[in-house]
Design a protein around this ligand. Structure first.
Ligand code: ADP
Ligand code: MG
Ligand code: MG
Length: 876
């Protein structure tokens, strides 16, 4: 028997999303639950993979199966596909395993041509509706399948409206629409050099191909990379009988959530439009009515819908996001899925579902996306400043948070300006999937059109970016790069502020204050902490960072970068004196000036952590980073140091390296200048003694030697540390313990971890450097060529954002095993950027690390990711 590629809705269920995509699986589930779903079939993701394997062709076997299922579908629907007497029209819909909003396009009303449209008009006795459907089809098919951009067609419509002196699409008559169809087809022929395809079967096959093809379009690829969705999943295609929301005033289309996706409040939430089809609601062409209005407009339909919504939520035990259409007073369900929601809503829903007895704590912990917590921790407007500010206007509060930045009018500008370190607010009439990268770069997004479920609103909520949508009073002039609101004209580059929680728009910069977290967050995170098995530390160089990390639940400091303490204005001079020193004595003299500063910093950190682990890494960067490069600075600094310009230039020249990343840095500095290690150890130990003396808790310092690749080099530095430390401790008469460990960030260290563990009491995987060294390209240079690698599917993800489990991960795993073999109680952790990345944290759990360390604001993310990893794959 040949392979099965096509499934009727009645043959699937919700657990088949890998094969049928989320949309197809849920259409099947609703069908089998007896809900009113227009029937059809789903072409599987395997067919998509096959399409690519066959060189972007649908092979005959799959084509035949599609034809076979079209016949089955006709039987079920009691109508024939594109039959002029009583036509079955279809929609062709894409659906991957994970929802990718707006990434791939749906084609509606497929099967229409000049003959079928007449039949449709006659059968429905509604000529206007028939031609409206037809012109929509030509537009969508041309855009999605033939890549003739939609705006070109919009122009033709606008022209027609101008000729007729009307404003709304709905004011165009049947004859106007007929004329539009003629103009559309003429335009198509002019651009494509051939007639618009009139054979419905050809239309169908081309549409299916287009969906498969769209899996590989640039915006889909960007979205996948941002969301770690593998390329090889592919998309499924659902072919579904059309129902018509645009067939009159007893028809309509809408989108609704079982709970409020912004707040989590338990109440049906959504919007619908009367006499409209498909994307009209999301596109923001007309402003929709709230779902509650449906209760008045069509009470029976509302009741049925509310009851289905309730059933679906109980069935999936999660908040649902549903799409529906009403045709002449009859309700049809077109989609359901677990709804995207803000972080606050996610917490509230998770906690409420536990209280309602629908799910247990563990399940609740799995329900919130760790990345989302970021949004909660972001600053809010300073309440006082906000009170004083006067809003220019108000839009919909589409995605909460506070945004303040300079106005730009295009996604490209947003990206460009942000790259140059500007904070920007993106202002658009509406957004579309091409804008995704620009939206990602913006502090906030403001749109003129579109409701709470518009593209801008959905995408912004997903990103945790503040968004105010649908502010219709705004008049945008893209050419002049200005907008007016509330009598004020704002130019490109002017500051504005958006309040995503109220929808207010301010024509000024408003200062913001750090987030305050409480309530559901506390309760939820308690559950997470109960199940997590990894310790979560923070990276902190200052007492302020340390306190911030503590507030977010950090259990220690996993990385204190001591060099950051040298860069401060008061200290950099002593540091430079140290670097230009010509003798050991001179160098020691300069270091002696730095010592008290370092000691003070360490005391601050120990105080903030109250006896919890504090891991201090010794000087890491190459020394040239502390010296000036510009001519005028060199002169000034030479004077300051009391040396000649020539001497300083000499030092700078001597420090020049061809590849500083692999140069004289890390522990190599201490091998050359042991007095650096001596000074840092003195500061670490003296600080620990001082703080232990004046507090009830005991400090047990952990000293971390960076960039080790050979056990003897570790031993060399460690000997200096131990000698210095033991001496100081002895003099103090205290009984103080300390540990010496190392970073594993050079492949050779991972490969010889068994030997290194003889000297190291702990390992911390420095996966930033380990990634650079393993791939053999530097993080700062990779940006230039990684895009070509993504385009060519050589790499799918940024290895600096998400730990490369195959290569770098293999080294980590090996070092874990080798290290434990030598020293079973060795303490193992990670301190690279990856320590705050959810999938990387999961990897750390799975390979058996003891802790992860990340920046303070990522701590809650790491706690939750660790909990989820432990629930999915508990360790003994
Ligand atoms: P997306 O994944 O972008 O949401 P969908 O496949 O859900 O795309 O299609 C978008 C919209 O098109 C739906 O919300 C619905 O309004 C409309 N639509 C899709 N299929 C049908 C159909 N068979 N009958 C009527 N409307 C449909
Ligand atoms: Mg879409
Ligand atoms: Mg949809």
């Amino acid at each position: 028997m040949s392979h099965k590629y096509v499934y009727l809705f009645s043959e699937g269920n919700k657990d088949m999303r890998e094969l049928l995509g989320g949309k197809g699986a849920n259409l099947a589930e609703m069908t089998n639950a007896g809900m009113p779903v227009p029937q059809g079939f789903t072409i599987s993701t395997e067919a998509c993979t096959q399409y690519y394997n066959d060189g972007r062709q649908i092979n005959d076997e799959i084509k035949a199966e599609i034809d076979e299922y079209l016949v089955k579908m006709e039987k079920i629907c009691g109508k024939k596909f594109a039959d002029p007497e009583n036509p079955l029209l279809v929609s062709v819909r894409s659906g991957a395993r994970a929802s990718m909003p707006g990434m791939m396009d749906t084609i509606l009303n497929l099967g229409l041509n000049d003959v079928v449209v007449k039949g449709l008009a006659k059968f429905t006795n509604n000529e206007r509706f028939a031609y409206d459907s037809y012109r929509r089809f030509i537009q969508m098919f041309s855009d999605v399948v033939m890549e003739l951009p939609k705006p070109e067609f919009e122009k033709i419509i606008d022209q027609k409206k101008a000729e007729k002196g009307v404003k709304m699409d709905t004011e165009l008559s049947a004859d106007d629409l007929k004329d539009l169809v003629v103009r559309f087809k003429a335009f198509y022929k002019e651009k494509k050099g051939e007639d618009f395809p009139s054979d419905p079967k050809v239309q169908l096959m081309e549409a299916v191909k287009a969906v498969f093809r769209s899996w590989d379009n640039p915006r889909a690829n960007v979205y996948r990379r941002l969301n770690e969705i593998p390329y090889d999943w592919g998309t499924a295609v659902s072919v579904q009988a059309m129902v018509f929301g645009n067939s009159g005033d007893r028809s309509g289309t809408g989108v609704a959530f079982t709970r409020n996706p912004a707040t989590g409040e338990k109440a049906l939430f959504g919007e619908y439009l009367i006499n409209a089809q498909g994307e009209d609601v999301v596109a923001g062409v007309r402003t929709p009515s709230p779902i509650a209005q449906l209760k008045q407009d069509m009470p029976e339909v509302y009741k049925q819908f509310a009851s289905i919504a309730d059933r679906l939520e109980k069935h999936y035990t999660d908040m649902q996001d549903m799409e529906f259409t009403i045709e002449n007073g009859k309700l049809y369900m077109l989609q359901t899925r677990n709804g995207k929601r803000t972080a606050n809503a996610a917490l509230k829903v998770a906690v409420d579902l536990v209280d309602e007895g629908m799910i247990d704590e563990k399940e609740a912990v799995l329900r919130v996306e760790p990345k989302q917590l970021d949004a909660l921790l972001h600053p809010q407007f300073d309440a006082e400043a906000l009170k004083k500010a006067k809003a220019l206007g108000k839009g919909l509060a589409a995605s909460p948070g506070a945004a303040c930045g300079r106005v730009v009018f295009s996604a490209e500008d947003a990206k460009e300006w942000a790259k140059n370190g500007e904070k920007v607010v993106l202002v658009r009439r509406e957004t579309s999937p091409e804008d995704i990268e620009g939206m990602q770069s913006a502090e906030g997004i403001l749109t003129v059109r579109g409701g709470m479920t518009s593209h801008a609103a959905v995408v912004a909520r997903g990103m945790g970016t503040c968004c105010v949508s649908g502010c219709g009073e705004i008049v945008v002039d893209y050419d002049a790069k200005t907008f007016t609101l509330g009598g004020k004209t704002i130019k490109e580059g002017d500051y504005i502020s958006l309040d995503g929680t109220t929808g207010n728009i301010y024509g000024e910069a408003i200062p913001s204050a750090p987030a305050t977290i409480s309530g559901n967050f506390g309760r939820f995170m308690e559950w997470a902490d109960k199940y997590r098995q990894l310790e979560v530390y923070t990276n902190a160089d200052t007492p302020r960072d340390a306190k911030q990390g503590r507030k977010f639940g950090a259990e220690g400091i996993g990385l204190c970068r001591t060099e950051h303490m040298f860069f401060e204005e008061t200290r950099i001079k002593a540091m430079r004196e140290m670097i230009v020193a010509e003798t050991t004595e001179e160098r020691e003299k300069a270091l002696a000036k730095i010592m008290p500063f370092q000691q003070g910093d360490f005391e601050g950190l120990y105080e903030a952590m109250e006896g919890r682990p504090v891991i201090i890494r010794y000087l890491d960067p190459p020394l040239h980073e502390f010296l000036p490069t510009k001519e005028e600075d060199i002169k000034e600094i030479a004077d300051e140091l009391g040396i000649t310009v020539a001497r300083l230039k000499n030092v700078i020249a001597s420090l020049h390296e061809f590849n500083p990343m692999m140069g004289h840095r890390g522990c190599r500095l201490c091998v050359t200048y042991p007095e650096i290690a001596k000074m840092q150890t003195t500061a670490v130990i003296n600080a620990a003694i001082a703080v232990t003396k004046r507090n009830k808790f005991k400090v047990e310092p952990r000293i971390m030697i960076p960039l080790v690749g050979e056990v003897k080099e570790l031993k060399f530095v460690k000997d200096i540390v131990v000698e210095t430390a033991d001496q100081l401790i002895k003099e103090s008469g205290m009984d103080m313990k300390y540990q010496v460990g190392t970073m594993i960030e050079i492949p050779r260290a991972a490969l010889t971890a068994d030997e290194i563990a003889k000297e190291a009491e702990f390992f911390s995987f420095g996966t930033n450097d380990l990634t650079q060294m393993t791939f053999g390209f530097s993080r700062d240079d990779a940006g230039k060529f990684l895009d070509s690698y993504y385009e060519n599917k050589i790499y799918e993800l940024d290895p600096f954002a998400h730990l490369d489990q195959k290569g770098v991960g293999k080294l980590v795993k090996m070092a874990v095993e080798l290290g434990r073999k030598t020293r079973p109680d060795i303490h193992l952790g990670i301190c690279g950027e990856h320590g705050g990345d959810p999938t990387s944290v999961e990897f750390c759990h799975d390979v058996g690390l003891n802790y992860v360390s990340c920046s303070p604001f990522r701590v809650p993310v790491a706690r939750l990711a660790a909990a989820q990893a432990a629930i999915k794959n508990p360790r003994k």
